[in-house]
Design a protein around this ligand. Sequence first.
Ligand code: GLY
Ligand code: MN
Ligand code: MN
Length: 436
Amino acid sequence: MSNQQHHYQQRRQRLMDALGSDAAVILTAYPERTRSKNIHYRFVQDKDFYYLTGFEEPDAVALLRPGHPQSFILFSRPKDPDQETSFGARAGIEGAINDFGADAAYSLDELDVRLPELLDQRTDILLGDEQERLGHKVWQWCNYQRRNTRFDQPKVYRRLRPLAEVLHPMRVIKDEMEIGRIRHAVSASCLAHRQVITHLKPEMNEAELSSLFNLELARHGCVSDPYPNILAGGERAMCLHYDHNNQPLDAGTLLLIDAGGEYRHYAADITRTYPVSGRYTEEQAIIYDLVLDALNAAIEQAKPGTPWNRLYDTAMEVISRGLVELGILQGSWEQVLKQGSHKPFSVHKTGHWLGLDVHDVGPYQDEQGRWRPLEAGMVLTIEPGLYFGATDLRVPERWRGIAIRIEDDILITADGNQVLSKSAPKTREEIESLMS
Ligand code: GLY
Ligand code: MN
Ligand code: MN
């Protein structure tokens, strides 16, 4: 078993320790998807499957049986020289055992015959099947056992529940290997941001800059993306997930870049908003600094013990105060905040967990609805924004057409936080000087 496999084995053990010996976990890999004829979409593994096995092939199924001497069973695609010539190597049965630490491994062809037997008398079945690939079969497997029990053995009724409710809270706290990979993805993404702004000028196409971004990522081993790059010039940044990235950039406008690389399955997610001509206009500068103040105020709150929602509340307090001071909204900032009159211009939440998924899994509240306090080992984004449409009559004309978001990636530490994305230029001075 490789050195890295030790991490996956520890995670499986931690999960199984949280379950009883009558539990069984069924994990499903994502299927390979056909794009046309024999061309496939780029394969992305199911995150829970990867987290617990490190196995990167499609269609596989894993079974975990707490307390059993053979606690980790892997079903995967068998070796097939023709298929492997066309589409790449497979671990096969031997690889599943020798390289991935399975206690037993079988070909996927044997799934329907073997899996019902392997479930033993276990009654607590946890299913991780994001794409509902095997949903219809699980019922058959559970009933197979009932039909085939010997007359002198008690039959079992099984309870099916989502793996997510046990596993996803664990995934919120990152281990050292995960933090190392996230750090790498974020550092490479900061370099990619720097690369883009040193080339940015009017008339360039968003596509060109997106490719430059990806080139720099590839130089640092980030060869896949956690989400499509967002390079949105001017008004196009009103669309939060704009990913056409195919328009030329107008002088005097802003370019919002929300993009990050993925390093060995772990995501970065960084947003910066740059002046296409190298200098922010007076209005752009004022709104930029307001969003940056909101971000910095929220970052100050990001430490162990802070409830999750305080980051959003802090950012929105700064935004509301600013909008009132600028005369964009009327009344007191407290009223603005209470009535939510800032929300049309700041439409999204200000962050999410970050990890294997860009919007990583795990609850933000406990079962009583209390916001989860931050803990060391959590990784999250903070990303306030302000968006004034070019034709939005609710705002004075001078502010129209300004859309700004600034997003950092934060690791919570024992005594506060580390801003992992701090080397992506963020103050106006840094950005204007790099562009000059
Ligand atoms: N890039 C997606 C997000 O910031 O949430
Ligand atoms: Mn984000
Ligand atoms: Mn983002």
